[in-house]
Ligand binder design. Structure first.
Ligand SMILES: Nc1ncnc2c1ncn2[C@@H]1O[C@H](COP(=O)(O)OP(=O)(O)OP(=O)(O)O)[C@@H](O)[C@H]1O
Length: 248
């Protein structure tokens, strides 16, 4: 369970997050939406203390992160994975090493690392790309590597900051299906920031609408599900012609 209580964050004189209290249940897929500048990314980064709040408390699975020492916080962060809009992969490392590095940094037992990297690669269906470099991958493949890296240390929570905003609709659906499967099969709690209403509506169970750094409303919804994927070029032709007919 994630509980933010009365959390505020200022950048100089500007209040980005203003006395926000939210509670996210274990196993939920929780969305954060709102206009540009509403504070979505800041709020997400307050959950793992990538941003330190000026006041208020952040409680994750019973641990008050805002009261932990640097060492204890570092340890607690292992259970919180994160992915980003621009993937944040290391350009000079292979897919394998991008994942392995997060295990090294977390002191994952050395003799088990290879097996764990392979397991994560299988989960995102990228076993065949283990020796490729990020520049050789499509956007969707890069995001899947980032997901594998975030999963490597077996987190209980995955924070997703605009994870599909650089992707086309088909690849977006693929990534959403991966996130849904992480939630279903591994029981990982997912918090997702997106400005795309379709993304939020397809997988989230509850959504917090932010405005001017405050909670405007939290809404429970029935996720619409991820649309099936059709990569055949005829789909594009059909879609274009459908558009033309309805425009006429
Ligand atoms: N490091 C920073 N220094 C100064 N101001 C910042 C910083 N980070 C965010 N802000 C400001 O805080 C406000 C909230 O930013 P945030 O990125 O959280 O909004 P957002 O809702 O995610 O917006 P967007 O949808 O455009 O990404 C913005 O006005 C932004 O300019």
């Amino acid at each position: 369970m994630i509980e933010l209580h009365n959390v505020s964050k200022k950048y100089e004189q500007f209040t980005a997050i203003d006395h926000v209290t939210i509670s996210i249940q274990s196993g939920e897929i929780f969305g954060l939406i709102g206009p540009s500048g509403a504070g979505k990314s800041t709020l997400l980064r307050l959950i793992n203390l990538l941003e330190i709040p000026d006041s208020g408390t952040v409680n994750v699975d019973g641990q008050i992160l805002t009261q932990l020492s640097q060492t204890a916080l570092y340890k607690a962060r292992k259970s919180i994975g994160m992915i980003f809009q621009h993937f944040n992969l290391l350009a000079n490392k292979t897919v394998y090493d991008n994942i392995n590095i997060s295990l090294k940094l977390a002191n994952y037992p050395k003799e088990q690392r290879r097996e764990r990297v392979e397991e994560c690669l299988r989960f995102v269906a990228l076993e065949n790309m283990r020796d490729s470099y990020p520049r050789q991958l499509s956007g969707g493949q890069k995001q899947r590597v980032a997901i594998a890296r975030a999963l490597a240390n077996k987190p209980r929570i995955l924070l997703c900051d605009e994870p599909t905003s650089s992707l086309d609709p088909t690849t977006t659906a693929e990534i959403l299906a991966v996130l849904q499967s992480i939630n279903n099969t591994l029981g990982v709690t997912i918090v997702i920031v997106s400005h795309e209403m379709n993304v939020i509506k397809s997988i989230c169970e509850r959504v917090c609408v932010l405005a001017d750094g405050q909670v405007y409303e939290t809404v429970g919804i029935v996720p619409k599900g991820v649309k099936s994927i059709n990569r055949h070029p005829q789909t594009f032709v059909d879609e274009l012609q459908r558009g033309e007919q309805s425009d006429a």
